[in-house]
Design a protein around this ligand. Structure first.
Ligand code: DX5
Ligand code: ZN
Length: 225
C-alpha cells in the first residue's frame, strides 16, 4: 500500500479492463507487481453509466490480494457502505456531492473498518473537505466529470491538487491525494510534483499490455531525472 520509490501508488481502473475476464485481469495486475486496483462503481443515477456492485467485488475478493480501492459514484452511498465493506473494499471513497452528512458517512466507513476517502467533482471547492482532512485517509480529485473512461484531463485540476497539498500540509492531516481521470504517462510526473500520491489510470493503462511493462513505464515517467 506504500508508494514506490518515485512516490507513486498506481491504481489501475478496472473500468477499462476486459469485464468478460475480470478474474484473470485482477490476477494479471497482481503478477505485474501492482498493489492497488480501482473499482469504479456507477449506478446510472449519480452518473449516467452503470458498472458493477458489491456482489461482483465480493466474488473477486476471494482470489485477489490487491488493495481494493472502491470509488462509489452512486447516489445515497450511506445505504451501501456496509455492503461494500463486507464485500472486501479496503478503501471506500464517496462523493461529497452525494452525501448530505459527510462527516457521518466518513465516520461510518472508519467504524466499519475500511479506509475513508472523499471524492470531489471538478467544480467542487476544496473547502468542502477542509474540516474532515484530519480524519480522511485520502481525497480523490476528479480531473474529469465522472462517468466514463477515456476523457481528457481538465487543466485546472492541477492547481486544485497544489492547493489541496498546501491545505493538507497546513493541518494535522496525513491524507493522501488521488487523481482520477485523464491520467497519462505524459502528465503523471507533474501530478506527483503537484502533491498527488495515488494516480488512477484506466484507458492509458489497460490499452497497453503487458501490465508489468505498463507499470514500469508509469514508474519511470514519474522518476526524477
Ligand atoms: C471516471 C472514473 C475513472 C476512469 C478513469 O468516472 O472514475 O476512474 O475510469 O479512466 P481514464 O484513465 O481512461 O480517464
Ligand atoms: Zn474512479
Amino acid at each position: 500500500m506504500q508508494p514506490d520509490a518515485t512516490g507513486l501508488i498506481l491504481s489501475p481502473s478496472l473500468l477499462s479492463c476486459d469485464f468478460s475476464r475480470l478474474g484473470e485481469e485482477l490476477a494479471a495486475l497482481e503478477s505485474a507487481g501492482l498493489s492497488w486496483v480501482h473499482w469504479d462503481v456507477m449506478d446510472g443515477h449519480f452518473v449516467p453509466n452503470i458498472t458493477f456492485g458489491p456482489g461482483v467485488i465480493a466474488k473477486c475478493r476471494k482470489n485477489s490480494g490487491l488493495f481494493f480501492d472502491v470509488h462509489l459514484m452512486i447516489s445515497s452511498p450511506d445505504t451501501y457502505i456496509k455492503e461494500f465493506v463486507d464485500a472486501g473494499a479496503d478503501l471506500v471513497c464517496v462523493h461529497a456531492e452525494a452525501c448530505t452528512h459527510l462527516e457521518r458517512t466518513v465516520s461510518e466507513i472508519t467504524r466499519m473498518g475500511a479506509k475513508p476517502a472523499v471524492a470531489l467533482n471538478p467544480h467542487t471547492p476544496l473547502a468542502v473537505v477542509e474540516y474532515l482532512l484530519p480524519q480522511l485517509f485520502m481525497v480523490l480529485i476528479m480531473s474529469v466529470n465522472p462517468g466514463f473512461g477515456g476523457q481528457r484531463f481538465i487543466p485546472f485540476s492541477l492547481g486544485k491538487i497544489r492547493a489541496l497539498r498546501r491545505m493538507i500540509d497546513g493541518l494535522d492531516s496525513k491524507a493522501i491525494i488521488q487523481v482520477d481521470g485523464g491520467v497519462t504517462l505524459e502528465n503523471s510526473r507533474e501530478l506527483l510534483e503537484a502533491g498527488a500520491t495515488a494516480l488512477v489510470s484506466g484507458s492509458a493503462f489497460f490499452s497497453n499490455p503487458p501490465y508489468a511493462e505498463r507499470h514500469a513505464a508509469f514508474k519511470s515517467a514519474c522518476a526524477r531525472n
